[in-house]
Design a protein around this ligand. Structure first.
Ligand code: NAD
Ligand code: TYD
Length: 356
């Protein structure tokens, strides 16, 4: 049995679904169900005896310890986090509470659980901490992609909180010999992505005849990876990664934001054209830049390829087409997550009804 935190969020739910397509091993899935956690993401595994969902907070040590001793997992995969940079700028407190304090409390519960295991189970146990490339800060146009030994230089409250959690995880390996693994992945996209992040927001706004907001000049670069490729990387690292090591995960797909938005518009023009015959590009609107906006992220995933033989399956072209198709075919999911609290947040972030 494995234990997953944050398995009702975007990447966590894709991981759970992907896992059950490949393995019969059960999962205990602990998720607080914040605005970003959604049980509809897991509709395909409702009633599946392999899936044990528990609503709860990683900060609740009694609950986490109880679950660990009850289910005795051989591994923990830690996705739970506050994950949106813009939200971290407007209100960093939740990021400190979940990403730093929550990871610390989880590590403490794990340390106590792991100490009680027999020698064999102790040696086999793994804690995989799912982190981000944003901990490395921002690259200039010509700098080489981030390697695992790059210095940490986080620039947003989100990336600083993830960096702090990475350091805690590292310390638990060196100090207590807890068998940890850390993955630092680039920007993901795909099904069940909450429409506050660039790609799903643009698809949703395009189809709702709203503006497609581009921060600043739109020339910021991100390295995009299809979410199921991230899931396969995590599985591979869990299987064969060396304890104490970190692995960078990326898709070799660097794209400027404006080019991503134009690509989305072209696919939508083809698959779901506007009634007036105009391109969705006519909805693009340049808006104020994000404070402290990182200019470029790029991941060098050579270590993961050479050591563990992992490579992504999707190119940006295949992955983005699958993604647009998924959103077109799952408008009900989108409608459900774009009501209520979501709208309140969008209003606060963009302060502009036309864009919201
Ligand atoms: P998400 O925001 O979609 O999901 C986070 C999940 O964690 C939600 O289901 C939420 O309910 C849950 N959660 C939040 N606080 C919790 C708490 N205190 N206790 C229990 N559950 C809690 O995030 P995501 O995009 O799926 O990211 C998952 C992980 O991957 C995060 O750690 C993130 O830093 C990392 N990551 C994300 C990306 C990306 O592009 N989305 C890239 C690299 C790494
Ligand atoms: P996002 O999806 O929030 O991911 P991250 O900030 O973690 O990289 O944003 C991706 C890029 O798109 C980032 O450079 C910010 C930019 N962006 C916009 O230009 N407009 C938007 O409305 C959003 C949400 C993001």
């Amino acid at each position: 049995m494995i234990f997953v935190t944050g398995g009702a969020g975007f990447i966590g739910s894709n991981f759970v679904l992907d896992w059950f397509e490949k393995y019969d091993e059960p999962i205990v899935n602990l998720d607080k169900l914040t605005y970003a956690g959604n049980l509809e993401n897991l509709a395909d595994v409702v009633g599946d005896a392999r899936h044990h969902f528990v609503r709860g907070d990683i900060n609740d040590t009694n609950l986490v310890s109880g679950l660990l001793f009850k289910y005795k997992p051989r591994a923990v995969v830690h996705f739970a986090a506050e994950s949106h940079v813009d939200r971290s700028i407007l209100g960093p407190a939740d990021f400190i509470e979940t990403n730093i304090v929550g990871t610390f409390r989880l590590l403490e519960a794990l340390r106590a659980y792991w100490a009680e295991l027999d020698d064999h189970s102790k040696a086999d146990f793994r804690f995989l901490h799912v982190s981000t490339d944003e901990v490395y800060g921002s690259l200039s146009k010509d700098e080489p992609a981030f390697g695992e030994t790059n210095q940490y230089a986080p620039n947003s409250p989100y990336s600083a909180s993830k960096a702090a959690s990475d350091h805690l995880v590292r310390a638990y390996f060196h100090t207590y010999a807890l068998p940890v693994l850390t993955s630092n992945c680039s920007n993901n996209y795909g099904p069940y992505h909450f429409p506050e992040k660039l790609i799903p927001l643009v698809i949703h706004n395009a189809l709702s005849n709203k503006a497609l907001p581009i921060y600043g000049d739109g020339q910021q670069i991100r390295d995009w990876l299809y979410v199921r490729d991230h899931c396969s990387a995590i599985q591979r690292i869990l299987e064969a990664g060396r304890p104490g090591e970190t692995y960078n995960v990326g898709g070799w797909n660097e794209k400027a934001n404006l080019d991503v938005v134009k690509a989305l518009c072209s696919i939508l023009d083809e698959l779901s054209p506007r009634v007036d015959g105009q391109s969705y590009r006519s909805q693009i609107a340049f808006v104020s830049d994000r404070p402290g906006h990182d200019r470029r992220y790029a991941i060098d995933a050579t270590k993961l390829k050479n050591e563990l033989g992992w490579e992504p399956v999707e190119t940006f072209d295949t992955g983005i087409r699958k993604t647009v198709n998924w959103y077109l075919n799952n408008q009900k999911w989108v409608a459900n997550v774009t009501s209520g609290a979501y709208l309140k947040w969008i209003g606060k972030q963009y302060g502009n009804d036309e864009i919201a």
